[in-house]
Design a protein around this ligand. Structure first.
Ligand code: ADP
Ligand code: ASP
Ligand code: MG
Length: 423
């Protein structure tokens, strides 16, 4: 008899938000088992549980201890898994729920944003061999110093991909509250087009620039370990979106998607000393504090009296840490100052085809100009152009760029040959 293929199914917060939805997820999981698959399901915390737990923490402390924060936050996904296991048992199958630690997810020690170092999947494999359905609590692991860690917001996607890689699963299915990856956030752009296929390269840029439908790290992990991601709706059947390797892509449209983020902050250091090593000191300190920085711009002073400025952006949630981290560095610079602006947002266009087409940047700038939107910083990669703008202008910018590049019109890629059967 041929070995049964393994699938990993991940359900996000909205997909397990209440008892009815947990039961519905349980039904989908059981259907896969009955179709002859070995099934591991990774679940997120129900609805807004993670936000509520965070709020609780800040009600008792203005700077909650990161270790304790992880103890608290990791409970949300455990609740979902235990409930879902109960529902699956009632459907006549045997299910076991595991915490990240029990599932063998080993991480580094960076609390609240730990990285997975290893997945020791023996316990999952044993349970699968015993014909059980395994539920793994997403977003968490155990550190090399044996503390509970969490993987950063949206981290259940990464749990799912890491488990899929460790088990050699045929596919990692990400069930969410939209029917796949779209040409823009469908909540902002109602006529956004669902993409049947998206390349890893483009998906990485999309995730990095705000399309939270897949956590950035999950896409990185899948690319490195060769995991096939299939993103689809947990509420309706449909072909969803498959993330594929570059060599599988048939053709590259000029522009694939417009992404955005309003959770950005800008930090400017005014009076950076004009000597080698100043930028290194700033970014070494931020790296040590685990602050991810994005667009960086430094201006050389044009005259002896002018002050050098260095600006960068980071996620709003990192602003406080960034400021605290930079304070001693700035003090060493003598006379330098930090200015912060939490009201910025960014809009990006992504497309592997832009690599070989001049004029895309010019068109982006013209579209924003016609909307009277001022561009504050620009950041590019070979397949992405990002503009930092006022946060309040972001929805307008996204809509204008989406229609200027005709992203709603017609299907560029046919919805056939996905390599994964549609259910
Ligand atoms: P889950 O709880 O299932 O992990 P998330 O809220 O993390 O779901 O991600 C899904 C959300 O991502 C969607 O509801 C949608 O608003 C948002 N999103 C942003 N950009 C995109 C995009 N380009 N395609 C699809 N969804 C997007
Ligand atoms: N519950 C966590 C969050 O809200 C992780 C996840 O849902 O992926 O960020
Ligand atoms: Mg998510």
């Amino acid at each position: 008899m041929l070995p049964q293929p393994t699938v990993v199914m991940k359900f996000g917060g909205t997909s397990v938000a209440d008892a009815g939805r947990i039961k519905r997820a349980a039904g989908r999981i059981v259907a896969q088992r009955e179709a002859g698959k070995r099934v591991v399901a990774v679940l997120s915390a129900q609805g807004h549980t993670t936000d509520e737990l965070l709020q609780l923490a800040y009600e008792v402390s203005s700077s909650p201890d990161p270790r304790e924060l992880d103890m608290l936050l990791s409970t949300g996904e455990r609740i979902s898994c235990a409930l879902c296991a109960m529902a699956i048992n009632d459907l006549g199958h045997r299910a076991i729920s595991l915490t990240g630690s029990q599932a063998g997810i080993v991480t580094d020690t960076s609390h609240t944003r730990a990285r997975i170092l290893d997945v020791r999947a023996e316990r999952i494999v044993r349970a699968l061999d015993e014909d059980m359905i395994v539920l793994v609590a997403g977003f968490q692991g155990v550190s090399t110093s044996r503390d509970v860690t969490t993987l950063g917001r949206g981290g259940s996607d990464t749990t799912a991909v890491a488990v899929a890689a460790a088990l050699g699963a045929e596919v990692c299915e990400i069930y969410t509250d939209v029917s796949g990856v779209f040409s823009a956030d469908p909540r902002l752009v109602p006529d956004a087009r669902k993409l049947p296929l998206v390349s890893f390269e483009e998906m990485l840029e999309m995730a990095a620039s705000g399309a939270k439908v897949l956590q950035l790290r999950s896409v990185e992990y899948a690319r490195t370990h060769g995991v096939r991601i299939h993103c689809r709706s947990s509420f309706e059947d449909g072909p969803g979106t498959v993330v594929i390797g570059e060599d599988e892509t048939m053709e590259h449209p000029l522009i694939t998607a417009v992404t955005h983020s309003t959770e950005e902050a800008r930090i400017t250091v005014v009076g950076v000393p004009d000597r080698p090593g100043a930028a290194a000191e700033i970014f070494e300190a931020l790296a040590a504090a685990n602050v991810n920085v994005d667009t960086i711009v430094q201006n050389e002073p044009r005259s002896q009296d002018a002050e050098a400025e260095l600006s960068f952006t980071c996620a709003t949630e990192d602003l406080r840490t960034a400021e605290a981290t930079l304070a001693p560095v700035i003090a060493r610079f003598g006379g330098a100052e930090i200015e912060t602006d939490p009201e910025v947002g960014k809009v990006s266009i992504i497309g592997a085809g832009m690599r070989s087409h001049p004029g895309v940047a010019a068109k982006v700038f013209r579209v924003l100009a016609d909307e009277e939107i001022n561009i504050e910083l620009i950041n590019t990669s070979p397949i992405k152009i990002t503009c930092l703008i006022r946060a309040e202008s972001v929805p307008r910018a996204v809509g204008a760029l989406h229609s200027a590049f005709d992203l709603a019109a017609g299907d560029i890629k046919a919805e056939v040959g996905l390599g994964v059967e549609a259910r």
